[in-house]
Design a protein around this ligand. Sequence first.
Ligand SMILES: C[S@@+](CC[C@H](N)C(=O)[O-])C[C@H]1O[C@@H](n2cnc3c(N)ncnc32)[C@H](O)[C@@H]1O
Length: 309
Amino acid sequence: MDEHISVLLTESIDGLNIKEDGIYVDATLGRAGHSSHILSKLSGKGKLYCFDKDNDAMEVSRNRLSAISPQFELIHADFKNLKEELVKRGVSSVDGILFDLGVSSPQLDNGERGFSYNYDARLDMRMNQEDKLDAYTIVNTYSETDLRQLIFNYGEERYASSIARNIVEARKEKPIVTTFELVDIIKKSVPAKYLRETHPAKRTFQAIRIEVNDELNGLKKALKGAMELLAPKGRLVVITFHSLEDRIVKEAFKEASEPEKWNRYMPVTSVTSSVEFAIVNKKPIVASEEELSINRRSHSAKLRILEKN
Ligand SMILES: C[S@@+](CC[C@H](N)C(=O)[O-])C[C@H]1O[C@@H](n2cnc3c(N)ncnc32)[C@H](O)[C@@H]1O
């Protein structure tokens, strides 16, 4: 129940190019799979800062990391405030930052958290148990139009219209309380052939989870802050699990690594052709055959690396 197999572990740790006296950030601590490896490479002069907004992740990982070295600090905060939280602690420059996005296996497998369409639980999906907005509120209070747009935009679900319509119909009778109640409504909203292709609730659950945790806006802000913190030769390593996340990372890296565009309104002296960042791997790194055979979560994983010049 408490196990999480880290995805693209060797590739992401190699991607960070760790110096033993460097300062590193794991923006998504989880069960400390990646953090343990980073920490074990640091000397007494190095330091690792670990973020997670999930209380459970903090507690379990503290013990695991303490057994390796004291050179770490846990920060219970949203990574969208990564830069602000580090600056508050006197850290204005770091040598590497890792993001391993999404949910951990313990979050998915813990029936009470309501992330999974495979377990019956109250509709919740909050990564931070102290947040106010949860899946129940979205499913039971958003208008049909908002639900349709959300399921279409964040789930890329082609049956978003009928799913949204049926949610609104069902809740006229009584509130939709559990994951399985929602799964039943979704199953009735899609054609039989779709049920054979994929789990019909996969995309809708992804969409609601993104909305509950404001995942895409948070990621954009976090990437900007992370780039501002990187020291020369510092590395930003990001593992994504679906196309919406990957697109944000790909575009942010592309923009950061392109020379400033010529602006005809700017005086010639302020036009610079220097580029601050370089993309390390032109194509995203994906899991090897071996990893694919042992870890289901690795199938959709993509790893991108950016280096500060
Ligand atoms: C895929 S897991 C990380 C697993 C970890 N790399 C390991 O190997 O054990 C992602 C973790 O990031 C956390 N997380 C996701 N979005 C976050 C955010 N915006 N701020 C802070 N933590 C976040 C989740 O709570 C989860 O524990």
